[in-house]
Design a protein around this ligand. Structure first.
Ligand code: SAH
Ligand code: SF4
Ligand code: F3S
Length: 463
């Protein structure tokens, strides 16, 4: 199977296609796995005579690939649906479909509440899309929200319809068995399953053949990757990482997300010994308080987490570390909150995604715990966490001034067409004048300035 040819002269690429009859407008929310799922959906629909469009008014089919992780994610999607429904009033033949996590969470309710929606499809049912679309053309509504224990879309080559032509995602597993008490993902994505190692290597090979320079291996908890092939050979995540890195030595390999309980020294050692495995670990802490971590059912304590941070710093001294933090979880006191702030200082994160706790229907926390931190305290704590992270990020960025990093050029800078934007192995974003280089080149960049939001650098020519 082939990845369709893509145009490479700008950053917002379309598939060079085709005489496809129908136009698909697809919008994606949520995590990187959803981005990759949309690429799988486009691949499935391409065979049904659909091509992508970026123009809603041209669409025959609008799909919104949704996220349920927090209430505000769902609210944002509802307001987009409002716009799509208006479009349908103007153009009655238009099909509107809700796919992904919100489709899985709300199921039939979505069709009952939103009369102008025609189609609801959960994350494990995308292969059924052609049949469901036929059903709609026959005048019915269509829904498939069955979760699967096996589906990994292993042999489907995602269509990289919105790519920069440089970086791509490969999902190595689906679902999550962790059941953190606040989290909706185990309900929307189903049971954990790992994809065949051979299909991962095949997809990586296709990307390399098509000039991609960076591959990110995706899973909700990549450290639980576990696949046994037909000869009985078992592969864990460190085995997989090693094989991918050694098969494609000129390609950067990233991965996300690591889980503190399961991240082994073996994985860290593979990272340290393979120069093409990027020196960046996203290791969500969620809270720095052992009491809260227990209520969250995360399976590790503050001490365990901080030991993992020590292991990263010992085994990969130049590794950057980023995290996710939830503020105001059930029963969180000022003391617990201060424990989070102190853990942030100890870990010295380069970057963090920070959220207010949002209670999700049917989770353990919703059923058994009390969402008892008042909204204004959640806001206060989040503000404090963000302010501390800004100080840490700023300090860490300032320490980079004067240093030289190998940077993969990803795109033209949003602010100036004379500049490029790229990332170092540590995932730091750097903006620098273009000189005579191209998107997809690796260049050495010296950091000359740290503005509050961006690192500015200049290319150090090898010649
Ligand atoms: N599998 C990854 C995270 C996936 S969800 C992991 O376990 O690390 C991404 C982030 O969303 C989580 O790390 C968490 O910080 C946040 N999140 C998940 N559920 C949430 C909720 N109910 N309220 C607020 N933030 C939440
Ligand atoms: Fe959610 Fe926990 Fe699974 Fe991450 S590991 S997706 S937070 S249940
Ligand atoms: Fe959201 Fe589903 Fe990802 S809930 S974060 S899109 S797995």
């Amino acid at each position: 199977m082939e990845i369709p040819k893509i145009k490479t002269e700008n950053t917002n690429l379309e598939i060079v296609n085709s005489n496809a009859k129908y136009n698909l407008y697809i919008e994606t929310y949520g995590c990187q796995m959803n981005v990759n799922d949309s690429e799988i959906v486009v691949s499935i629909l391409q065979k049904e005579n659909y091509k992508t469009t970026e123009n809603i008014s041209e669409a025959d089919l609008i799909l919104i690939n949704t996220c349920s992780i927090r209430d505000n994610a769902e609210q944002r999607i509802k307001s987009r649906l409002f716009i799509f429904k208006k479009e349908k009033k103007r153009k009655p033949g238009l099909i509107i479909g809700v796919i992904g996590c919100m489709a899985e969470r709300l199921k039939h309710k979505l069709l009952e509440e939103e009369k102008l929606i025609d189609l609801v499809v959960g994350p494990d049912a995308y292969r059924d899309l052609p049949k469901l679309l036929q059903q709609i053309n026959g005048g019915q509504k269509a829904i498939n929200v069955l979760l699967s224990q096996e589906e990994t879309y292993a042999e489907i080559s995602p269509v990289r319809y919105a790519t920069n032509g440089v970086s791509a995602f490969i999902s190595i597993m689906r679902g999550c068995d962790n059941m953190c008490s606040y989290c909706v993902v185990p309900f929307t994505r189903g049971r954990e399953r790992s994809r065949d190692v051979n299909s991962i290597l095949r997809e990586a090979g296709e990307l390399v053949d098509n000039n991609f320079k960076e591959i990110t291996l995706l899973g909700q908890n990549v450290d639980k990757y576990n696949f046994t092939d037909e000869f009985g050979t078992n592969y864990n995540f460190s085995n997989l990482l090693k094989i991918v890195a050694e098969n494609y030595p000129n390609t950067r390999i990233r991965f996300s997300t690591s889980y503190p309980q399961d991240m082994t020294d073996e994985v860290l050692t593979i990272m340290a010994s393979h120069s093409n495995v990027c020196k960046h670990i996203h290791l969500p802490i969620q809270s720095g308080s052992s009491k809260i971590l227990e209520l969250m059912k995360r399976g590790y304590s503050r001490e365990w987490y901080l030991h993992r941070i020590d292991a990263i710093k010992r085994i990969i001294p130049d590794c950057s570390i980023t995290t996710d933090i939830i503020c105001g979880f059930c029963d969180e006191t000022d003391h617990d909150h201060n424990e989070t702030l102190s853990a942030m200082n100890l870990a010295n994160y380069d970057y963090a995604f920070m959220f207010k706790y949002s209670e999700r229907p049917n989770t353990y926390a919703q059923r058994k715990l009390n969402d008892n931190v008042p909204e204004h305290i959640k806001t206060e704590r989040l503000t404090e966490v963000i302010a501390l992270q800004q100080i840490l990020s700023n300090k860490n960025n300032s320490a980079k001034v004067g240093k030289i990093y190998e940077v993969l050029i990803e795109s033209v800078s949003k602010k100036s067409i004379n500049d490029f934007m790229g990332r170092s192995s540590q995932n730091i974003t750097i903006v620098f004048p273009r000189k005579n280089y191209n998107i997809g080149d690796f260049v050495n960049v010296k950091i000359i300035k740290n503005t509050s939001a961006t690192l500015i650098g200049e290319i150090i020519d090898n010649s």
